[in-house]
Design a protein around this ligand. Sequence first.
Ligand SMILES: [Zn+2]
Length: 322
Amino acid sequence: MKGSLSTLALALVAAGALAQGHHQQAPADPFRLQPLSGGVYALYGRGGNVGFFVGADAVVVVDSQFRDLAPGIVEKIKSVTDKPIKYLVNTHHHPDHVGGNEVFKQFAVIVAHDNVRKRMLMSPEAILRDYPPMIEDARKSGNEERAKRLQEQIDWAKKVRIEEIPAPFVTFDSELRIHVGGETIHVWHTSPAHTDGDSVVRFEKANVVHMGDLLFNKVIPVIDVRGGGMPKGYLPALDSVLARLDPGVTIIPGHGESPMPRGSKCFGSTSSIWSSSQRPRAPLERRGKRSSAMRSCRPTRNGAGTRSASKRTRGSAYDEAK
Ligand SMILES: [Zn+2]
């Protein structure tokens, strides 16, 4: 008996050590939750940053990252409130902002600009057309992880039925407001910039704005021309947003690990990043080499796919300026 107990105890210690070893090897929590003001939180994970507002009787979420992360996003929200998640706003149609819709549609009303729905429903076609060269780019730059994720999207596009796509089911053409408790959440569409379905989401009382991919933190903006974006429209779109923000607003960028500085300063820094990315364009244009224009791009930070995306953006700006 004693012997058995010792054996059992040893086994338990061993199991504990194993569990601990396993725990140490388990991937770290992919999320970082940051309380901002007035019940608004930023949630950083993989893909586009999530923002959410906890109101008196409901939670409003902005963007849903990827399908595999969505249950974790819901869990993080539940860690700060037991209020139901009633609305999800998508800032645009890119998969790293809408991938989790499949989970959210089970309990939330999904809201976005008309073109987000349109482009999501068209996405299998676009993925099969656009992703194969992107996989090649990713492999060339040694980013196997990205290549794998793109391949998964291709596999999905080959088999998905249109009616299964979790596109927003409430759409608007210029702007709408969501009223939750005493907070008013303004969602408005800008002229084509990052895509043709961009919206920003402003929490009025909290004085926080989620910029979607119109604004990155210290990264050259990406313009998805195939997704309806326009390099020329980018700065006017930023200006139009800036004109509607209050001083001291807290900004949740579409990408970037930390929150942006308060107020309009970050718009200035993004504008200067954008302008400096455009600066070498004139002499290169005279030489007439699109490939040189693309090579001259120097992002200030290399996130996943950022370098290749910025190169594509320079190429698009070049095409538009021709
Ligand atoms: Zn995007």
